[in-house]
Ligand binder design. Structure first.
Ligand code: FE2
Length: 189
């Protein structure tokens, strides 16, 4: 069960209409290392992970949906005043023809999101290492997004998201150690 809070986890401000940047940000919306993939990966893994890690996956998976909402807000704000010509000029012509300005789960190249991006191996160590890798890739993508824009308002929100990925990675690393310690203990008895 979830309880929805009607506010963003962190404010999203953009300085200007910038459909080019919106296109880049789609990588974190419907891309392989994006927020949708992260949320669905963690929430799905909960059913076969040791009990003491379930809460962590629920917490982080839920937070990823809050990040997805922030990315959606960014894309919406960056494109809402763009003309069809501007959309076309930055390579969003296909997106416009298919969806107008509605959001759609695709990556920055326009490739639709697929469940093949995520794994559920059933082995807690394998799954948690995938989660750590996912967080590190998301952190790196946020860094490239920060580097590619000169919009300081947008950079501020992206820096918040980048820092959350660092925290998530650390927490997954701690979870690996907890699971390994449990497995070691079982070998003794
Ligand atoms: Fe994350």
């Amino acid at each position: 069960m979830w309880i929805y809070e009607k506010k963003l986890q962190y404010p999203v401000r953009v300085s200007k209409c910038d459909p080019q940047m919106a296109k880049f940000l789609l990588e974190q919306y419907g891309g392989a290392d994006g927020e949708l993939a992260a949320a669905l990966r963690y929430l799905n893994q909960r059913y076969t992970i040791p009990d003491k890690v379930i809460g962590l996956l629920t917490d982080i998976g839920t937070e990823e949906f809050a990040h997805l909402e922030m990315i959606a807000t960014m894309v919406y704000k960056l494109t809402k005043d763009a003309t069809p010509e501007q959309m076309r000029a930055v390579g969003l012509g296909d997106q416009y023809v298919q969806h107008d300005r509605a959001l759609f789960y695709s990556n920055s190249s326009g490739v639709p999101w697929t469940a093949a991006y995520i794994q559920a191996k059933g082995d807690p160590i394998a799954d948690l290492y995938e989660d750590i890798a996912a967080e590190e890739k998301a952190r790196a993508t946020y860094q490239w997004l920060i580097d590619i824009t000169d919009d300081v308002d947008l950079q501020d929100s992206l820096k918040f998201l980048r820092e959350r990925e660092v925290i998530h990675s650390q927490r997954f690393r701690e979870a690996v150690e907890m699971v390994k310690a449990d497995q070691e203990q079982k070998r003794f008895f």
